[in-house]
Design a protein. Structure first.
Length: 353
């Protein structure tokens, strides 16, 4: 299968001005806040080329990580402020030993939906316990369906363990699985149609994510074999290739989509599943952003790309101050940019994607 021929350079900030309607509450209002992404660790059992630098990472000391009780306190305030959905992220969240305790505490708060993003390597043993702990949905990050290429992209990962994890997740009752593919020109863009085929016989959603340059990584460092510089593959081209094979894609109303994510989702013709497109580089969706991020070390962050961090850990220790926590949320939401920058200032593994 040939790779896409066209690669676009997308200077997203040049000439861009927000067309912010007067009636819009916009992303800088607590009334717009619906999701809190909670990173429970900055550690991972993979070293993906777009996530970590070649020399590896210096991870946060364990005593700097938020405890299960501190995470619960932050989540309870978020729920009171109107957050309806929580996404558990990492690093890789399954490497944290008290993950089930964290999920049990979050699940007791009353959110409409609690989901988690994982690389799937430990799902064979954890899928059922996670379901029992109150997890509603799972998203798998998989960037290749070819074992050798998957190993290269992830720095040694085993694709057979991911397949076993997907099977275990289905057996545990996770029937709305999402699969995220970061499309990297010249690396895996010749697998776009292979991923779409996964949604033919299964009620899965395959989401294509434009490569986002965040921090330093094996992919972006000078001299890397996989260096794509400032170039990105636009999702409109990905969508076009899928439609050339399968026919016109039917839009799915966001109100019918589980979760409150940024993907534009479409029904795959004659298939059981859907495909989605997260186009942060070619079509920034900052004006509709409805989320904040809580890092594993307690920074509340306004944007994946641009700073806007508020120290929440000091408001959680030694005793949580709910008023101060709520004020931190209000301060952080006001830091959201009109449009994010072209590159991010921190590693993906530190922010939870």
């Amino acid at each position: 299968m040939a790779a896409l021929d066209t690669i676009l350079t997308l200077p997203i900030l040049e000439g861009f001005e927000s067309a912010r309607p007067l009636h819009a509450q916009g992303p800088r209002s607590l009334d717009a806040l619906r999701m809190l992404r909670i990173s429970v660790t900055d550690r991972c059992n993979l070293r993906c080329m777009y996530c970590m630098p070649e020399e590896g990472m210096t991870f946060a000391p364990v005593d700097r990580l938020l405890t299960p009780g501190e995470i619960e306190s932050a989540a309870r305030v978020a729920h009171r402020l109107g957050v309806t959905h929580v996404k558990i992220t990492g690093g890789e969240p399954t490497v944290r030993r008290d993950l089930l305790e964290i999920l049990g505490l979050i699940g007791s708060i009353g959110f409409e939906d609690v989901s988690m993003t994982t690389n799937g390597l430990q799902m064979k043993r954890l899928a059922a316990p996670l379901r029992d702990a109150g997890l509603d949905r799972l998203t798998f990050s998989i960037d290749s369906l070819r074992p050798d290429r998957y190993r290269d992209i992830t720095g040694g990962g085993r694709l057979d363990l991911v397949h076993e994890g997907l099977e275990a997740a289905g057996d545990a009752g996770f029937d709305r699985i999402k699969i995220n593919m970061v499309v990297i020109p010249g690396v895996n863009d010749d697998e776009i149609l292979d991923f779409a085929e996964l949604a033919h016989g299964r009620p899965w959603t395959i989401r294509y994510i434009e490569f986002m340059p965040l921090g330093s990584s094996r992919l972006s460092c000078s001299g890397s074999t996989f260096d794509v510089g400032g170039e990105h593959l636009e999702n409109e081209l990905v969508k076009r290739r899928i439609e050339e094979r399968h026919g016109p894609l039917e839009p799915v109303r966001r109100t019918n989509e589980p979760g409150v994510g940024p993907a534009d989702v479409f029904k795959l013709p004659r298939g059981a599943g859907r495909v989605g497109f997260i186009s942060a580089m070619s079509r920034p969706f900052c004006e509709q952003c409805n989320r904040l991020r809580l890092t594993a070390t307690g920074e509340l962050r306004a944007c994946l790309f641009d700073g806007g961090e508020v120290d929440l850990r000091s408001r959680l220790r030694p005793v949580p101050d709910e008023g101060a926590i709520a004020r931190a949320f209000e301060s952080c939401i006001g830091m959201k940019p009109v449009t994010h920058g072209a590159t991010g200032d921190r590693q993906m593994s530190q922010l939870g994607g």
